[in-house]
Write a protein that binds this ligand. Structure first.
Ligand code: AP5
Ligand code: MG
Length: 214
């Protein structure tokens, strides 16, 4: 199955995409995670992306479209994939359509995880990310067994640089302006599924699974 996770920053795309990928046995592809890995490794792509990410802006389309087109053409994506954080603009969605057409396939569902801005702002301050494996926690809604330590790999948990309150507000503005139009784009194609992202994580997952018939 080929899925896209749509939703505001902090809506729970990563949380649900990881679970859905395990459930469906397909790769989870997060462009944000790819950029963060490149920043950590000090690559040229990471250096370019960091400047935009720290400001809460989108990385330019030309730095992301080819990267995703290349990733979804890999062998492990033959049976499907879950895209998390891509596409984020109409030009990215059109580039994805072209890449899928070249592969002779198309998207099955675009899942929009709907969460109002007020809930997002209170969620983001509590998120913690592992510096080692990238696992995500929340100090209240999904705490690690030991404070500040990753359950999976034992490394430190940190607040992401772009989760500071001012940057979160900028990211929400960018989302409404540039990414929200994708809801109409995928609705017009008849593949949009909307789930209530204000529920607990298990209920959000159950709603996704039931609506995509997985
Ligand atoms: P990216 O990493 O994609 O960040 P984002 O879209 O801003 O989304 P987040 O990862 O912050 O949130 P999420 O929806 O994954 O939520 P999560 O599951 O963690 O992108 C970062 C930056 O990279 C962008 O700003 C941009 O600069 C750049 N970028 C990336 N892709 C790009 C592209 N295609 N084009 C251009 N630039 C790009 O959950 C959030 C928190 O809430 C967690 O703590 C979690 O535990 C908790 N939580 C989750 N679900 C629930 C629930 N149901 N109830 C309570 N708490 C919950
Ligand atoms: Mg994420």
């Amino acid at each position: 199955m080929r899925l896209i996770m749509l939703g505001a920053p902090g809506a729970g795309k990563g949380t649900q995409a990881k679970r859905a990928a395990a459930h469906l046995g397909v790769p989870h592809i997060s462009t944000g995670d790819i950029f963060r890995a490149n920043i950590k490794e000090g690559t040229e792509l990471g250096r370019k992306a960091k400047e935009y990410m720290d400001a809460g802006a989108l990385v330019p389309d030309e730095l992301v479209c080819d990267l995703v087109a290349d990733r979804i053409s890999k062998e492990d994506c033959a049976k499907g994939f879950i895209l998390d954080g891509f596409p984020r603009t109409i030009p990215q969605a059109e580039a994805l359509d072209r890449a899928l057409e070249n592969l002779g396939t198309s998207i099955d569902y675009a899942v929009d995880i709907d969460v109002p801005d007020e809930a997002i702002i209170s969620r983001m301050g509590g998120r913690r990310a592992c510096v080692g494996c990238g696992a995500t926690y929340h100090i209240k809604f999904n705490p690690p067994k030991q404070e500040g330590v990753c359950d999976t790999c034992g490394k430190d948990l940190i607040l992401r640089d772009d989760d500071k309150p001012e940057t979160v507000k900028t990211r929400l503005g960018v989302y409404h302006e540039q990414t929200q139009p994708l809801i109409d784009f995928y609705s017009a194609k008849g593949v949009l599924v909307t789930v209530d992202g204000t529920q607990g994580m298990d209920d959000v997952f159950a709603e996704i699974v039931s609506k995509i018939g997985a």
